[in-house]
Design a protein around this ligand. Sequence first.
Ligand code: GLT
Ligand code: MN
Ligand code: MN
Length: 388
Amino acid sequence: MDSYTPKPEHKFTFGLWTVGNLGRDPFGEPTRSRLSPVELVRLLAEAGAYGVNFHDNDLVPIDATAAERDRIVREFKQALADTGLVVPMATTNLFTDPVFKDGAFTSNDPAVRAYALQKTMNAIDLGVELGAKVYVFWGGREGTETDASKNPLDAAKWFRDALNFLCEYVLDNGYDLKFALEPKPNEPRSDLYLPSVGAMLGFITTLDHPDLVGLNPEVAHEHMAGLNFMHAVAQAWDAGKLFHIDLNDQLFGRYDQDLRFGSVMLKQAFFLVKFLEDVGYTGSRHFDAHAYRSADYEDVKEFARGCMRTYLILKEKAQRFNNDAEIQALLREITADDGVYAFLAQGYSRDAAAQLRATPFDRATLGARRLPYERLDQLTVELLLGVR
Ligand code: GLT
Ligand code: MN
Ligand code: MN
């Protein structure tokens, strides 16, 4: 037990599909044998996780009978009770089965769209039964290989109609559940619709119940598009839409890697953790990552521990950054405000505009102002490298 040991208050969660990943990739067969949901719950409990999330079919196979479903759910609930793990989030698998090869809510086939809705209603019931308060929508197949195949305006309408229908379903059933949309730019489709956090935020404003719908941003997905994830998270937070978060790691310009949190882009991970902790994000810290294909289940446990431990180490580094006298003095210098422009703080008024127009600016002096960002960044790097 040290200060990097995960505790329930940290709200570290994993999907069944993360530690349950078999090591299959497009070029190779599985390298790990399948563990049951109950075994995965035990593994997560041993690693120190707080919660476990799932797709409907991570728990109940797509072709299970009603009796099988009931037995599986009963055993899973028992494993939760035995370990103390909770289920904060659930979601639907709308991507594995061939029925979804052209999309789920945005399939060209109305029967597939209807089936996707029905499957999601059932999966929402399952998630709510197990205590989920957040319901994720990752549209893994909602996209195209060829734009000859689909009109993006039709796709947007179908996706909107589906979310509106499902929001009504949640309200009608009195469920305490919010939706979190998870954007991704590509993979497995060549292009996915609504590819970034910004795109999803815009889309949510077109829904019938925008208050019920927020974001589940994922590190890897914004990185795949070469974007600054922390900025995307900040925008979602600013809009009151950071309902959930998928933490992992990913180098720019690569296939979908889903690496252990903080394993490749440490500085980005640091500023992300610092942001989440500074603003007081209280939701799950969900790790949507998987262990290397070379790992056995002992190593999978190390992977899970590593995600949480790195988060907590970075959290401590963030505190150190906030308490570092030299760093804070630099930040005060950079953001100094003598109050001269306080008249702009209330926004536009005719008086403020007139006063602004009459204000002289010394452009050369402003442009020559000292901004010691090299010093600041080096101090940050030294702090991260452990010599500060
Ligand atoms: C899938 C995907 C993830 C999503 C999951 C939720 S499943 O593994 O790569 O990013 O969050 O459907
Ligand atoms: Mn991913
Ligand atoms: Mn994800």
